[in-house]
Design a protein. Structure first.
Length: 414
């Protein structure tokens, strides 16, 4: 079996042609079996992950959390597959139908995008989530992960492919490119004859490289310079709980908050308390002059800080004089991922949601909820920060497009 990128693309197309014809019951049964086989073979994954972790000495410690796999994370991956099996199949539904003025019966229905390519970094869960979501939506997937997670990704795809083959289903529904070089990634970005859409998962550098290089259509995902704004009418206890959760609960992920904006009317009261709470969790704070005047222990923030996604226990703090200044700052510096306002004023909460140009905008809740699982999608293939063709957490529906099926009885156009 040849493993050139062209051959991989050809096999993916052949698999996708078969997948598009499977009924929902077949796909759901297959997904549940994938989950069972993943758990049954978890020792294979754990052993491979130990090798990857041992070789990841040059990786910053803040990223090893994404790379690490344990029994609980494998259980979570399997649970995600079962959740996807329980969700409605978008390709089994008709969006709408009508009769045209010429008597044509027109049906608009959901169909798969085709072959989806995913370039991602050290996140082995992407391998399983992407397989489940693409399989259920009738798409084939070609995966190219980072070198840091290569052994883990090989183990995962070997298990998934073997499970599909055992079930008499096309194993080429999921394929992993073992070559982790930049050259093969660049070739994949231009494989327009075989890949219908490319989804990058990783840091801002990877995402921008794909967006600027690829000739395959790209859905931009991931980078999260997320903000929490504490309004002058905020419940300050709630604001503390949300800000700490958004920053600390899992700082290495894209929906973690990186910036904290505080209205000047509550800054003198709130900033010392939230600074103390965050510092106790090991967070390094960087702030503007006003914030540092209130809490001298805060480090000075540079201009670059306002645009930086830290993925670490670092947070920049800014005191603003109004809701409008907060909105303006967010729209200028955000990556348009997730933002939150903490306020008891309903009208300001609504204005924030309407005016902030991000995929997910919260009132009185943590940005950490921006997640396919949390939104009820079972899993996600990425969080789109663009406006075409999808936005926010991407689940099954976002991996489909529309097709029109038209039936007549001899009509011709005059």
């Amino acid at each position: 079996m040849t493993n050139t990128l062209t051959a991989i693309g050809q096999r993916a197309q052949q698999a996708e042609t078969k997948l598009a014809l499977f009924d929902t019951a077949t796909k759901n049964q297959a997904l549940r079996q994938l989950a069972a086989d993943l758990v049954a073979n978890q020792d294979q994954v754990l052993a491979a992950n130990k090798k990857d972790l041992a070789n990841a000495t040059a990786m910053p410690k803040k990223f090893t959390d994404r790379l690490m796999v344990n029994e609980q994370r494998i259980a979570d991956m399997a649970a995600g597959l079962r959740s996807i099996a329980d969700l409605p199949d978008p390709t089994a539904q008709i969006d709408k139908g009508w009769i045209s003025q010429d008597g044509l019966q027109i049906i608009q229905r959901r169909v798969p995008l085709g072959v989806i390519g995913i370039i991602f970094e050290a996140r082995p869960n992407v391998t399983v989530d992407a397989t489940g979501l693409t399989f259920k939506s009738g798409n084939a997937v070609i995966l190219r992960g980072g070198k840091e997670a290569l052994q883990t990704n090989i183990a995962l795809t070997d298990i998934l492919r073997a499970s599909l083959e055992k079930q008499g289903l096309p194993a080429d529904a999921v394929q992993l490119i073992h070559d982790t070089s930049h050259e093969i990634a660049a070739e994949m970005m231009n494989l327009t004859d075989y890949i219908d859409v490319l989804i990058p998962r990783g840091g801002r550098g990877l995402i921008q490289r794909v967006v600027k290089t690829a000739t395959v259509p790209v859905i931009e995902t991931g980078a999260g310079n997320c903000h929490v704004y504490v309004d002058k009418d905020a419940d300050l206890k709630m604001a503390t709980d949300i800000a700490v959760n958004a920053k600390v609960q899992r700082p290495s992920v894209c929906n973690a908050a990186e910036k904290l904006l505080i209205h000047q009317d509550v800054a003198a009261t709130f900033l010392p308390a939230i600074a103390d709470a965050l510092i106790k969790h090991g967070v390094q704070l960087r702030g503007d002059q006003t914030a540092r005047a209130i809490v001298p222990a805060i480090h000075p923030a540079s201009d670059a800080d306002w645009d930086t996604e830290y993925n670490d226990l670092i947070m920049a703090v800014k005191v603003v004089d109004s809701l409008d200044e907060a909105i303006s700052h967010i729209n200028e510096h955000s990556t348009h991922h997730s933002e939150a306002i903490i306020t008891n004023n309903i009208s300001r909460g609504r204005r924030f949601q309407e005016a902030v140009n991000s995929a997910c905008v919260y009132v009185n809740a943590s940005t950490r909820f921006t997640d396919g699982g949390m939104f009820g999608f079972g899993a996600e293939i990425g969080i789109s920060t663009q406006k075409l063709h999808a936005r926010g957490p991407m689940g099954l529906a976002q991996l489909t497009t529309i097709k029109y099926e038209i039936t007549g009885n001899g009509q011709i156009r005059e």
